[in-house]
Design a binder for this molecule. Structure first.
Ligand code: TRP
Length: 423
C-alpha cells in the first residue's frame, strides 16, 4: 500500500543547518522511497499566526522553496506546493472547527503558554491572543486530513498537534461517517537536534543558527564562531557536549566520525577542528548552494513549480470536500427529491400498487425486491386500498383470504408487514 507522508514548513525565516539536518534532508531521502507518496508544503497561512511581517513571509517563502528544490527535492516525485494556493484548506478548517471542542484547543501548548504568561503578569488570560494562534492546530489538522495523510514527520514540539488532528478526524468520522484517515506523528529519534553556535538547540528564536546557504566565507565565519572551551592544542578534548563535534557528526559518515573522535582524544586544536568541520559541511552544501543562488535569481520558476503542485492536488482536495460537504448536509437542493426516492427504493420492504388491464392490484416486495404477496385484483383503486389497509393492520378481513403468497414465506411476509405498518 502506498503510504502518504505529509509535512508543512512554516516560512518564517531563512533555512539553517538545523532545518536541513532535522527536516529537509530526511524528507528528500524519504521522497524517493518506493510506496511513499510525499506531500511537502509551505505553510504560509500558519506563518501569519502571530503577526509575522509581510515582507518576511514573502521572502522566507521564496528562500524555503528555493532551498528544498536546490537540495534535490524533485517536484515530480513529491507534491510540493504552497498551502495558500489550496483554498480547500481553509474550507476544511471550518468543517473541523465545527467538531473541535474548545476545551481541547484550550490545552494546546502554544495557547496555554500565552495564557500562563498572561496570568503571571496579572493580565487578562487572553490578552493579546488572536484566533490565528488559537485555531492554529485546527488549520494544521486541515493540512493533514485534506490529503488523508498516514504519517506526519515532525519534531517533538509538534506531536500534540498531530494528536489534535487525529482527535478531530475521529470526531468528524463519528458524527458523519468514516471519511477521514487518522494520521500518525513520525518522530525520528535518530535525527539528533543540531546544536547552534552557543550549544543550545539550533533555532532562529535563539539567534544561534547557521544559515544553510550563506556564502562559503560566511559559513566558515559562523563555524569559527561556535563556542568552545579554553583547552589548548594537545589537550585531549571531550566529544560529549561538544557542539562542534555534534555538528560534524550530523554531516560525516561513521568512519569520518571515528577519525574525528580520535582527533579529539589526541588533542586536536579548536581552530583545526573548526577548519575540518567547515570543510566537511561546505563539501556537502556547495553544489546545492550554486543551485540555490540560481533559483533565487529566477523566482518565476519557483512560482510555476508551486502553482503546478497545487493545481495537481486541488481536484483531490475538492473531491474530499465534496464528500464531506455532502456528509454534513451541505448539498445541492435538487439532490433532495432524488435522495428521498432512492431511500424509498433501497430501504425496507414496500407495497407497489398497479393496474392490470381493467383491474387494480398491489404487490408486497421485500427490501431486495422479491415479490412476497400479490392481491387477487380489485374492481377499483378504493377496494385495493382497503385490502392493503386490512393487510397492514393484521386484522382478519374477508378480502385477505384471496391474497396469493407468491414467495411462500410467512416469516418474510410478517416481517414486511410489521415494518411497513410501523414506518
Ligand atoms: N506547525 C508546523 C511547524 O511549526 C508547520 C506545519 C503546518 C505542519 N502544517 C503542518 C507540519 C502539517 C506538519 C503537518 O513546524
Amino acid at each position: 500500500m502506498t503510504h502518504r507522508v505529509l509535512t508543512g514548513i512554516k516560512p518564517t525565516g531563512t533555512p539553517h543547518l538545523g532545518n536541513y539536518v532535522g527536516a529537509i534532508r530526511p524528507a528528500i531521502l524519504s521522497s524517493v522511497l518506493p510506496d511513499v507518496e510525499s506531500f511537502y508544503f509551505l505553510a504560509d497561512y500558519h506563518a501569519l499566526a502571530g503577526g509575522a511581517d509581510p515582507e518576511r513571509v514573502h521572502r522566507s517563502t521564496l528562500e524555503v522553496a528555493a532551498s528544498w528544490l536546490a537540495l534535490g527535492l524533485d517536484p515530480k516525485r513529491a507534491h510540493f506546493y504552497r498551502q495558500s494556493d489550496i483554498p480547500e484548506v481553509t474550507e476544511l478548517t471550518w468543517l473541523l472547527a465545527c467538531v473541535a471542542p474548545k476545551g481541547l484547543l484550550n490545552r494546546a501548548h502554544a495557547y496555554k503558554a500565552a495564557v500562563d504568561q498572561n496570568r503571571e503578569r496579572g493580565e487578562d488570560e487572553d490578552a493579546g491572543v488572536e484566533m490565528g494562534l488559537y485555531l492554529y492546530p485546527v488549520l494544521m489538522a486541515a493540512d493533514i486530513l485534506l490529503f488523508n495523510a498516514h504519517r506526519v514527520p515532525v519534531g517533538k514540539d509538534q506531536i500534540q498537534h498531530i494528536e489534535i488532528a487525529r482527535d478531530l478526524a475521529q470526531r468528524f468520522n463519528h458524527r458523519y461517517g468514516d471519511i477521514l484517515t487518522l494520521p500518525e506523528a513520525q518522530v525520528d529519534e535518530s535525527t539528533a537536534t543540531l546544536p547552534g553556535k552557543d550549544g543550545r538547540k539550533m533555532s532562529k528564536s535563539y539567534d544561534n543558527a547557521i544559515a544553510l546557504f550563506a556564502s562559503s566565507k560566511a559559513l566558515k565565519d559562523e563555524i569559527f564562531a561556535i563556542v568552545t572551551n579554553s583547552q589548548l592544542p594537545g589537550e585531549p578534548k571531550d566529544t560529549d557536549g561538544s557542539a562542534l563535534f555534534a555538528l560534524y557528526q550530523a554531516f560525516a559518515g561513521s568512519e569520518e566520525t571515528q577519525a574525528m573522535r580520535a582527533a579529539f582524544a589526541n588533542g586536536i586544536g579548536w581552530g583545526e577542528a573548526k577548519q575540518r568541520v567547515f570543510e566537511r559541511i561546505d563539501r556537502e552544501i556547495a553544489p546545492a548552494r550554486a543551485r540555490f543562488d540560481a533559483l533565487m535569481a529566477a523566482p518565476q520558476e519557483i512560482e510555476a513549480i508551486l502553482l503546478q503542485g497545487a493545481a495537481d492536488l486541488r481536484p483531490r482536495a475538492q473531491a474530499l470536500l465534496k464528500r464531506m460537504r455532502d456528509a454534513v448536509g451541505l448539498r445541492p437542493l435538487a439532490a433532495q427529491a432524488a435522495l428521498k426516492k432512492s431511500e424509498k427504493k433501497t430501504k425496507g420492504p414496500r407495497i407497489v400498487q398497479y393496474k392490470e388491464g381493467e383491474r387494480f392490484n398491489f404487490k408486497l416486495q421485500d427490501s431486495a425486491g422479491r415479490v412476497l404477496l400479490v392481491g387477487p385484483g380489485y374492481a377499483d383503486a378504493r377496494s385495493a386500498g382497503a385490502a392493503i389497509t386490512h393487510f397492514l393492520a393484521g386484522e382478519p378481513a374477508a378480502d385477505l383470504a384471496a391474497l396469493i403468497e407468491v414467495a411462500q414465506d410467512q416469516d418474510a411476509i410478517e416481517a414486511a408487514r410489521v415494518a411497513l405498518r410501523d414506518a
